[in-house]
Design a protein around this ligand. Structure first.
Ligand SMILES: Nc1ncnc2c1ncn2[C@@H]1O[C@H](COP(=O)(O)OP(=O)(O)O)[C@@H](O)[C@H]1O
Ligand SMILES: [Mg+2]
Length: 367
């Protein structure tokens, strides 16, 4: 792949800025002059909206800024990217961050687009889920890199998360469809679907979800609307937090939520999500499983995603609750208290969530 010196970053038709690498291979970013006048900060803690060159750090994103690292594939996406490139004689470990961003081009999650655009786009909207699931399984369990690989790369090469997944258009709407990882039980799709319904019942904002072919979990994309793409950044990206290890506590997360959104209702929503994660035993609550979106001039918590019971980090919540990997009720209340939530309202939220989970027989021990 050709060397790339500069990546230009766009939001729709608007040029946002440009990225280059310094001699140490670390990203330098500068906002475009026009965007400085009319735009907004892409990532308030690491890229505030002002003139000048920002230089990132090597960790945790190998020299990248968190907000741009969010556009890159991880887990599954990287696996198929590696195989796809290998088929073309390119070793992916030799790629620079700028080349990786070019491969995402205009196909990434969120709204940011990168030029030159070297992405591979899908030519038609036909998809055979059974077939793709079989191909995904083969890719996960062997060195396989047959024809299905190219198709999976085109459908989901810039997706995030560890499980195989694809982006598809169905009934004129954009969906994310997930397949099982090798360690998942056969009925994982159905389980994730049931938890998405439970989350909604608990008052958590979820996009529309459905089971494709009665088997595959599908969720409508919240970073796409008829009016255009929505700028979305994960908490890992916003805070430069390492999502592979426990790097956060919910009390920090809730304070970030208030600081960013300036809206206590958003903090209550995130608290509700925390209670839900504890109640169902979703301990895989790492910094990339929470996102914020910039819409109509304001930051808001994104709809929830990836809600499943999970053992997390060695059996502990990856985002701790009052410093505890396995919290009890006192810890939940302490987080509420520390974040300035009204005790009465926090307790109401806890009862609503716990009662709904108990009714469905999906409540974990919550101390
Ligand atoms: N409904 C959605 N709309 C847009 N992006 C989503 C949606 N759900 C998940 N994502 C993005 O896709 C990534 C992977 O999805 P996730 O459900 O976390 O998969 P995994 O189980 O592989 O971790 C998330 O980190 C998030 O960036
Ligand atoms: Mg995830």
């Amino acid at each position: 792949m050709n060397k790339i010196e500069v990546i230009e970053v766009f939001l729709g038709k608007e040029k946002v800025g440009r990225i280059a690498l310094n001699e140490q291979g670390i990203c330098a970013f500068e906002y475009d002059t026009e965007f400085l006048k009319t735009g907004f900060s892409l990532s308030p803690y690491h890229l505030p909206l002002h003139a000048g060159v920002f230089i990132s750090t090597w960790t945790p994103f190998r020299g990248n800024f968190g907000v741009f690292d969010d556009s890159l594939p991880d887990g599954w996406g990287n696996l198929i990217l590696d195989r796809y490139l290998l088929g073309k004689g390119i070793k992916s470990d030799k790629l620079s961050v700028l080349q990786r961003l070019a491969l995402v081009g205009t196909t990434g999650r969120g709204a940011l687009e990168y030029f030159p655009d070297k992405s591979v786009s899908i030519k038609n909207s036909y998809f055979d889920l059974e077939q793709l699931a079989v191909e995904a399984e083969k890719i996960l369990t062997s060195e396989y890199s047959g024809e299905g690989l190219d198709t999976l790369y085109q459908y989901g090469g810039s997706s995030g998360g560890a499980r195989p997944k694809i982006f598809v258009t169905f009934e004129n709407r954009q969906w994310l469809v997930k397949f099982k990882a090798t360690t998942d039980p056969q009925n994982i799709g159905k389980t994730e679907y049931e938890y998405s319904l439970l989350a909604r019942e608990c008052g958590i904002e979820m996009p529309e979800t459905r089971l494709f072919e009665n088997k595959y979990f599908g969720v409508e994309r919240f970073d796409r609307t008829d009016a255009g793409k929505i700028h979305t950044v994960s908490v890992a990206g916003l805070l430069h937090a390492d999502y592979r290890i426990p790097s956060l506590d919910y009390s920090v997360l809730l304070k970030v939520c208030l600081n960013l959104t300036k809206n206590m209702e958003e903090v209550y929503s995130l608290f509700r999500l925390m209670v839900f994660n504890v109640a169902i035993g979703n301990r895989d609550d790492h910094a990339k499983n929470f996102s914020f979106q910039y819409r109509n001039g304001e930051w808001k918590l994104s709809p929830a995603y990836d809600l499943l019971p999970s053992t997390g980090f060695n059996g502990y919540h990856t985002t701790t609750i009052n410093g505890q990997g396995i919290p009890v009720m006192k810890d939940i209340l302490q987080v509420a208290n520390e974040t300035g939530l009204l005790e009465k309202r926090a307790k109401e939220i806890i009862s609503q969530v716990v009662d709904a989970c108990r009714t469905k027989n999906l409540l974990c021990d919550i101390g």
